[in-house]
Design a protein around this ligand. Sequence first.
Ligand SMILES: [Zn+2]
Ligand SMILES: [Zn+2]
Length: 255
Amino acid sequence: MLLFGDYHTHTKYSRNHHGKSTIEQNVKVAVQKGLKEIGITEHGFDHIFFGVRRKNIQKMRAEIERLGKIYPIKIYLGIEANLISSEGDIDLIEEEQTWFDYVIMGYHTFGKPKNFKEYKNFFRVNAKAYKKNKYTPEIIQANTDAYIKAVQKNRINIISHLGSKMKVDPVQIAKVCKRTGTLIELNARRLCFDEKETQEMVKLGTTFILDSDAHICKNVGECNRGLNWVVKQNIPLEQVANLDKTPTFVWRKDE
Ligand SMILES: [Zn+2]
Ligand SMILES: [Zn+2]
């Protein structure tokens, strides 16, 4: 069982020293650990504190091309976009989605809400529910619907840390992801599915992906939490996109 690549890593391009290492440092560690591929995926533009700047994307692409000629590894440029509304909007317009080899999408408390209404009815409601650990079925369904709409509306290849800071029904979301070809991440820092949910997702034919979500180079390729879950839950290897093989990043319209 070989971890082929790590497709969710941050670098110094995530603002405010959020990522600690350079692209080259992440790449070097990936090579040392025997990975065949690595993805550089900074926080989306509208993350209030950590979002990557649009003007840096070209620079990052050039750096990745330069490193690709030096190191024996395939390097992707992705992004970790933010969910910014209950209607499934993300902080990456359609044209910008084409700047990247693939798009990760996740909910972050400090993503910038699309407007004041979304701040009040979506972000603030979830912050309160999270703090008190009191989610009503209505909140969970609204969150689930937001993710489903996001996957249907946008080219989303991977959903990161699903269920973190925003409780959802992952099984409903996984059903739509199966149709759109979206991978569901087993994140090394935050893994929020229980056994029952995982088993139902496996039965649906969900494809998972193991990622470190490293914010410092030494954590690149460290995907043990997800790997242990794969073993414990007996997830078939063909349903893990980056074990022994390269993942395919596709996205189909949900029709
Ligand atoms: Zn994240
Ligand atoms: Zn991340």
